[in-house]
Design a binder for this molecule. Structure first.
Ligand code: ATP
Length: 511
């Protein structure tokens, strides 16, 4: 645990030191849970967005994009249920004065039981060695069974209470489980209250005529209200999808864990419209497709798991999260939701306009069902960045800090390094840069010994360093140094582009 916390601290400081992420308006001491992306961060973020967009839109004939405005007619949020139901149950600790999400307190309690069970299993695995049968041990060991039963009981009861909107019951559950404030250790809690997460703002010049608006808390509704526009003008046939990336805003009660939970963040969402009755098939399809997308980045398959929801949102008939092994444990990275026809029907009711599709094969009109995939771009950034940041012990006894970003996502693909600042080497380096810069982000660096320059690029996440030395002038060859293996190869300068391409082409990563 301490090791994980330590790693998380390093992630945050590295992100700042290498121009990835800064606190917002830092010179004024920052703004809680709001962040700015620096010169490298903006590139990594853009590349993640692009990787998502290409795989969802470009690679699927029946998915198209959209860029809806952040401001929407206020009735949108009435129809979607956000005005009435987009709230979190909050609870305060009377001694520490700290505010928590009541559901998160119970979930953290359950996760601790899970960790205890896992610890028992790991201990037993060590004791039994190769003959260890995990499944059998899990099914029979009384201690593990005890932890698991308590864990399931707590989450199931929480789900039932939230479903019934029984806030007094949630408080009673927290008291019964003897959950203490992580800060003060006190069990002196206030009542549980609901808190709406939407930010309000005003449109218009004068106070009398201004309209109350909300900053959108999700990008999905921009897709729903444009469903017919896109379907008609794009002559789309069901099943088809509409994808969108963009900012969303939520007044989170407890915003913490760096860019994991922010008040202003970016989502990448895709709504897939299907025939009623076929939604489960597509739900399974998208669960698998999205998990494969994550795995394609090579961050380690064990770092993902599904979590099926027990408590479903008001619009869903099935929902699962793809959880990622963040530096603070497994947490939601992406949601896949079967949203039924809830949203389109609600917009039909509130707008008085039909939002239906005429299915020529069935010869009938219907309101399509929707399967949604929704991922936070910033959370994805944190997943990629935190797993890529590594400290390696080298054979010669020294160590290096290396950011092993998937090459396709790296902000800069190559650094061009003339060995010395003279003898015509910078000129050759500049020429190579001119040649590469149309296709790739490349940087030029001539300061310090070349070893130090390599380390600088390792820490910034650059997959290739290309060194030009005196021999280059004679034989036209340069040294290509690979970030992850630290291997060096000598190649003809004309070959450099080909080598870079083998590691940063979408075709290689996506197929
Ligand atoms: P959580 O339970 O963590 O609050 P959620 O279930 O409310 O998330 P969704 O409404 O399903 O999240 O949003 C889809 C995705 O948007 C999430 O999987 C997450 O990656 C991202 N996301 C949601 N809230 C935030 C936030 N405050 N900061 C950053 N990303 C977020």
């Amino acid at each position: 645990m301490a090791q994980q916390e330590d790693h998380f601290k390093k992630v945050i400081s590295h992100a700042k030191e290498y121009g990835y992420i800064f606190g917002s308006s830092e010179i004024y001491d920052g703004l809680s849970a709001v962040y700015d992306y620096g010169q490298n961060g903006v590139e990594l973020k853009k590349n993640i967005r692009e990787y998502w967009w290409k795989s969802m839109v470009q690679m699927h004939e029946n998915i198209v994009g959209l860029d809806a405005a952040i401001f929407m007619h206020p009735t949108t949020w009435k129809a979607s249920g956000h005005v009435d139901a987009f709230s979190d149950p909050l609870i305060d600790n009377k001694d520490s004065k700290k505010r928590y999400r009541a559901d998160v307190l119970v979930e953290d309690y359950a996760e601790k039981l899970n960790q205890k069970a896992e610890k028992e299993i790991t201990k037993a695995a060590k004791r039994f060695g190769e003959s260890f049968d995990r499944a059998q041990y899990e099914a029979t060991n009384p201690r593990v069974l005890g932890y698991r039963t308590k864990q399931k009981d707590a989450t199931a009861r929480l789900a039932r209470l939230l479903e019934a909107d029984d806030l007094a019951g949630v408080k009673a559950l927290i008291e019964e489980l003897e959950i203490a404030c992580p800060l003060s250790g006190s069990k002196n809690w206030t009542d549980v209250r609901q808190f709406n997460l939407m930010f309000g703002t005003k449109l218009g010049a004068s106070a009398e005529t201004a309209t109350d608006l909300y900053l959108r808390p999700e990008t999905a509704q921009g897709i729903f209200v444009n469903f017919l526009n896109v379907q008609k003008t794009g002559r789309m046939k069901i099943p088809f999808g509409i994808a969108q990336t963009g900012k969303a805003f939520r007044n989170e009660i407890v915003a913490r864990q760096f860019i994991f939970r922010m008040r202003e963040f970016e989502q990448m969402e895709m709504q897939f419209f299907v025939r009623p009755g076929e939604e489960m098939k597509w739900y399974e399809y998208w669960k698998e497709t999205r998990l494969n997308w994550h795995k394609s980045l090579g961050l380690g398959e064990d770092n993902y798991r599904f979590h099926d929801h027990e408590k479903l949102a008001h619009y869903a008939n099935a929902a699962a999260d793809i959880e990622f092994n963040f530096p603070f444990g497994f947490k939601e990275l992406e949601g896949i939701h079967s949203r039924t026809d809830f949203d389109l029907k609600a917009h039909e009711e509130h707008s008085g306009k039909k939002l239906q599709f005429f299915d020529p094969e069935l010869n009938e009109n219907y309101v399509p069902y929707v399967v949604e995939t929704s991922i936070g771009l910033d959370r994805m950034f944190l997943a990629v960045f935190s797993k890529s940041l590594q400290e390696e012990q080298l054979e010669n006894g020294s160590s290096r800090v290396v950011l092993k970003l998937p090459a396709i996502l790296a902000p800069t693909k190559a650094a061009i390094l003339p060995l010395v600042k003279k003898d015509g080497l910078p000129e050759i380096a500049r020429k190579l840069m001119e040649d590469l810069k149309f296709d790739y982000n490349v940087v030029y660096d001539e300061k310090d010994a070349v070893g130090r320059r390599y380390r600088r690029q390792d820490a910034a996440g650059t997959p290739f360093c290309i060194t030009i030395d005196h021999d280059t002038k004679e034989d036209g060859m340069v040294t290509v140094r690979h970030r992850d293996s630290m291997k060096q190869e000598r190649v003809l300068i004309e070959k450099v582009k080909e080598i870079i391409e083998t590691q940063v082409s979408y075709k290689v990563w996506m197929s």
